[in-house]
Design a protein around this ligand. Sequence first.
Ligand SMILES: *Cc1c(COP(=O)(O)O)cnc(C)c1O
Length: 390
Amino acid sequence: MSSDQWLSQRIQKTKQAGLYRELRTMSTAPQPQMIVNGTKQVVFSSNNYLGLANDPILIEKALKTLQEFGMGSSGSRLTTGNTEWHEKLEQRITSFKKTEAALLFSSGYLANIGVLSSLPEQGDVLLSDQLNHASIIDGCRLSKAKTVIYQHADMNSLEVQLKETQAYTRRFIVTDGVFSMDGTIAPLDQIMKLAKRYDAYVIVDDAHATGVLGEGGRGTSELFGVSPDVVIGTLSKAAGVEGGFVTGSKVLIDFLLNHARTFMFQTAIPPVSCTAAYAAIDIIEKNQDKREHLLRKIKIIKSTLDTMGFKVYGQDTPIIPVIVGDAETSVQFSKKLQENGIYAPAIRPPTVPNGESRIRLTVTAAHVDSQVEHLLTSFKDIGRELKVIS
Ligand SMILES: *Cc1c(COP(=O)(O)O)cnc(C)c1O
């Protein structure tokens, strides 16, 4: 059998399982209204939570750096890729996050893999939330430590696991700050208390919370007033650029610089991304109104959908999962939204449990009121038509 024949069979299986994915082409800059596959759509599925991905200030700063420093970084941070802009950005992240030190990675994905594959050793155990992001799951797989899953945000389940793993050398609790499919916020205050009681370390992946949660947009640590041992973040969501980072103590950062393979053996992000991200953090720190604007929209959308009779999951985060029920109806719902000029994907099993297929909405500070109103009337009409609400 040729490899193509064999792969076609595997793709066929993927299709049969309803897991086949296809690309969509965006022909405009990231903004609320985009050309998606050739048609105008208001996009309610982007991670550009503060609208910074197309911000004129970021673009202006980036253009200047591009002319001075060129395009590619030319090497790993440990060879020729480390410019003054990488260091300035790390200092900026450190002061923004109010920690001791920060280390840049090429993405949040690689930051997670770098931390989880290097920090815990053989004989240690990783206690991982059931709904953690794929990059955490992959990081756990690469770690020499054992991985134990606890029920999603369930402190009883976590405590049971902490009790059962006392024989291991070290315990690391690893959790998303905001969960990407449910829009739930990890109860970090309680996790920190349990960690203290059972002598465990806490690693938080704050990809969706950075720039969004907490009074100053510093994420779930700020929201709960706690300091986990390791906080991971991304510059690709609310900050609107690219790149991942880890914050924590100076010793932690020194350790990762020497042991995290995804840091050591990867080409540094281009200096232009560093300047843009630096400008983004300035905006996040100084412009509270963007965040307030976003939170207002989150509350309006959630409460209106709730009043209409929809089951809406999660807390006040830009991720708003609206439960439709069976997979087929969810797909139909998403198609009808698209006919109304709204792009929001249906999420089906096995990504989510059976009977909990959903439309996963995300909202940004850049959406205007008329777009939100159009979204809500479309939900009401389609919801009634498909008998999701009465
Ligand atoms: C998006 C995301 C990541 C990956 O971040 P990138 O910078 O896009 O690689 C990691 N963890 C979580 C929870 C995410 O949502």
